[in-house]
Design a protein around this ligand. Sequence first.
Ligand SMILES: *[C@@H]1O[C@H](CO)[C@@H](O)[C@H](O)[C@H]1NC(C)=O
Ligand SMILES: *[C@@H]1O[C@H](CO)[C@@H](O)[C@H](O)[C@H]1NC(C)=O
Ligand SMILES: *[C@@H]1O[C@H](CO)[C@@H](O)[C@H](O)[C@H]1NC(C)=O
Ligand SMILES: *[C@@H]1O[C@H](CO)[C@@H](O)[C@H](O)[C@H]1NC(C)=O
Ligand SMILES: *[C@@H]1O[C@H](CO)[C@@H](O)[C@H](O)[C@H]1NC(C)=O
Ligand SMILES: *[C@@H]1O[C@H](CO)[C@@H](O)[C@H](O)[C@H]1NC(C)=O
Ligand SMILES: *[C@@H]1O[C@H](CO)[C@@H](O)[C@H](O)[C@H]1NC(C)=O
Length: 246
Amino acid sequence: MEGGLIVLAAALLLFLSPEVQGTAHLSFSNNTQVNITRDGCGVSKLCVETPKNCDPSGNSPCLFVSAVSSDPMPPNGVDLSVELSGESAGYIALGLTANASEGTSMLFICAQNSSQNGTFFFRTMQRNNTDDMLTPTERRVKEIRGMVKGNMIKCEFTVPNVNASNTRSTEATTFSVLLGNGSFDGSALGLFNVLLKSKRLDLTKPESNVPTTAAPTTMPNNSGALQPHAVLLLLSVLTLSVLLRV
Ligand SMILES: *[C@@H]1O[C@H](CO)[C@@H](O)[C@H](O)[C@H]1NC(C)=O
Ligand SMILES: *[C@@H]1O[C@H](CO)[C@@H](O)[C@H](O)[C@H]1NC(C)=O
Ligand SMILES: *[C@@H]1O[C@H](CO)[C@@H](O)[C@H](O)[C@H]1NC(C)=O
Ligand SMILES: *[C@@H]1O[C@H](CO)[C@@H](O)[C@H](O)[C@H]1NC(C)=O
Ligand SMILES: *[C@@H]1O[C@H](CO)[C@@H](O)[C@H](O)[C@H]1NC(C)=O
Ligand SMILES: *[C@@H]1O[C@H](CO)[C@@H](O)[C@H](O)[C@H]1NC(C)=O
Ligand SMILES: *[C@@H]1O[C@H](CO)[C@@H](O)[C@H](O)[C@H]1NC(C)=O
């Protein structure tokens, strides 16, 4: 009971905090301008998107997330400033997980309530990576801004104290990034459809999702010319062994 009260108190604080502008229970005007571009991708911010290299400020469909982190401060981890953009009649979401095939993902959901003229709302959920079930979580998120225009949803928010150790990983800020969408029927969020699952990325390094093209040139040449597929296979074996060592 006491635990329940604390959770309730935390929830109330969240709703009352001026930093939190949007939750399922607070809707606000759609006049907020949220501009999300590729400026700085790979240099000052980490970008993950689908389709590859798509432009969130362009006219074609693009599900895009960028992240900028503060300097790590153990034991608290980093503050992560996120931009998320995409189209959905329901919600788009960012998932962070240590391993997309086990444990849980933290989901950060930006959504529109079509039964209320598409008003924006924000919610965090925990997703069980094994059975896909979503359960509400009280993760603190601040500086939430969002807008909805037709099916276009754009939002920004900051997640304090991100530390993957909480989701069972050896590296504190290394996550697999999930991008996806889901439905919202006016009261319940539908299951999270994963549309993109990244490799494990260090969120503190903007360049960690820039493809490395240098690798094949460092390969020894003593076995003659390697067929392209052999190079790919070798690379994936290398990647796998790196993954397995973590
Ligand atoms: C977003 O872009 C629009 C049009 O380019 C501009 O008028 C507006 O000031 C920008 N808003 C912010 C918060 O940068
Ligand atoms: C993450 O949390 C663990 C234990 O909770 C702590 O030992 C570690 O220093 C934290 N990492 C960062 C980067 O704060
Ligand atoms: C999610 O994305 C897929 C692929 O783009 C699309 O077919 C589907 O309608 C979307 N679902 C929602 C609820 O936005
Ligand atoms: C929804 O939009 C319609 C037309 O734009 C308007 O007449 C109606 O009052 C709006 N409803 C709410 C709940 O904002
Ligand atoms: C996730 O779901 C599986 C299968 O229902 C269950 O065994 C497991 O305990 C759940 N994990 C968490 C963290 O809830
Ligand atoms: C690599 O091997 C190819 C074919 O055996 C040869 O033509 C080429 O000169 C070699 N390159 C280097 C850098 O040794
Ligand atoms: C992720 O989880 C799966 C299933 O439990 C496991 O086989 C795999 O080794 C894990 N991957 C990493 C990088 O920990």
